[in-house]
Design a protein around this ligand. Structure first.
Ligand SMILES: NC(=O)c1ccc[n+]([C@@H]2O[C@H](COP(=O)([O-])OP(=O)(O)OC[C@H]3O[C@@H](n4cnc5c(N)ncnc54)[C@H](OP(=O)(O)O)[C@@H]3O)[C@@H](O)[C@H]2O)c1
Length: 315
């Protein structure tokens, strides 16, 4: 069964999903959809996966997408496109998947639940895409699901010993968020709930996400327009801080912040500060208990990496 990964050239989710599909030894064959034919550097990075076919597509061209999907059973999007093109590219991909006769479609989610996304400007566009996908499911045009995974666990690798860092980050290149183990002193911002308790948070290692995708593809029953959560580990901020402290071997400064302080911080941020605004809105989501995703999908051969295992291994 051929599985197309739109944006599969990415060293994070793309690499994770391609590796997991290849590990099924022929049950699933990954095909990468990319805007470009392979550059020499990309060719090099794909040799670690063996020969994986890359199909060059134009996300604005229905014909180009239908042609690329003609022999594909499932389409998984891991696209990240700044601005409104993120919606149009994925809606075009959906309609091409329907026209090409693909059975399953997953838009680029891999964050929190739809409810949480309504509170984050940059992520609410995922709901816009989903409304269209959901309408197609309801009309019987295609089967589809959305896959929330919580925060990438690989944020915890930022600042780990140099010798383990490449492995720990698994291609992840963003800066720290909430957990600042690379600072001196290390600190964690905890968005406390209205009753002053620390919330729970779900974290998933990027490399487990591909394995969860295989578990979803293995499902015999329809995805049925459901939100199928991938939860690597769900734990309280107290426990997260204790584990981090144990493995980094230094005390962590805990900075508690309440929702009204976060709202004041958000009001002071200009509209064009899109990433700081997203981080602030995500912290508000945490303070409302929205940083947990349900553990719906299970891995058959192994358990997903826990925060304790991740920290013990990389720190
Ligand atoms: N849960 C978390 O903690 C967390 C953190 C970060 C991201 N995410 C989510 O993970 C998903 C993937 O994010 P990412 O950071 O891995 O993505 P990324 O690597 O920045 O981009 C993925 C792919 O999108 C394609 N792309 C980029 N710009 C494009 C454009 N203008 N038009 C068409 N295609 C374009 C690229 O493929 P080609 O160049 O090959 O076409 C690229 O490899 C997103 O849904 C994001 O919200 C979650």
């Amino acid at each position: 069964m051929r599985v197309a990964i739109a944006g599969g050239s990415s060293p994070t989710l793309g690499s994770s999903i391609v590796s997991a599909l290849l590990a099924t030894e022929g049950r699933y064959t990954p095909v990468i959809l990319s805007r470009k034919s392979k550059t020499p550097r990309e060719k090099e990075s794909h040799t670690q996966h063996g020969e994986v076919e890359t199909r060059c597509v134009d996300y604005q061209s229905h014909a180009s997408l239908v042609l690329a999907l003609s022999d594909v059973a499932a389409v998984i999007s891991v696209l990240l496109i700044p601005g409104p093109d993120w919606v149009t590219a994925q809606v075009n991909l959906l309609h091409a998947a329907e026209a090409a006769g693909c059975q399953r479609f997953a838009p680029s989610e891999f964050a929190l639940t739809s409810w949480a996304h309504t509170m984050v400007d940059l992520l609410d566009v995922k709901n816009t895409v989903w409304n269209t996908v959901r309408a197609s499911v309801d009309k019987g045009k295609i089967d589809a699901a959305r896959f929330p995974c919580g925060m990438f666990m690989n944020y915890l690798g930022i600042g780990c010993p140099e010798s383990k860092r490449t492995d720990a980050l698994a291609g992840f290149q963003e800066g720290p968020f909430l957990v600042h183990l690379d600072s001196n002193p290390p600190w964690v911002e905890v968005p406390v709930q209205s009753d002053n308790t620390m919330p729970n948070i779900t974290m998933t290692d990027i490399r487990d996400i591909g394995k969860f995708i295989v578990a979803a593809l293995d499902m015999k029953e329809p995805w049925g327009g459901r939100e199928l959560g991938m939860a690597g580990d769900t734990l309280s901020f107290e426990k997260l801080i204790n584990i981090c402290q144990r493995y980094i071997g230094r005390p962590i400064e805990v900075r508690r912040v309440k929702e009204d302080e976060l709202q004041a911080r958000l009001s002071a941020l200009p509209r064009d500060q899109v990433i700081p605004r997203m981080e602030c809105q995500l912290a508000i989501v945490c303070s409302r208990g929205g940083s947990v995703v349900p553990s719906t999908l299970k891995l058959s051969a192994s358990h997903p990496t826990t925060v304790g295992e991740y920290m013990r291994f990389y720190w």
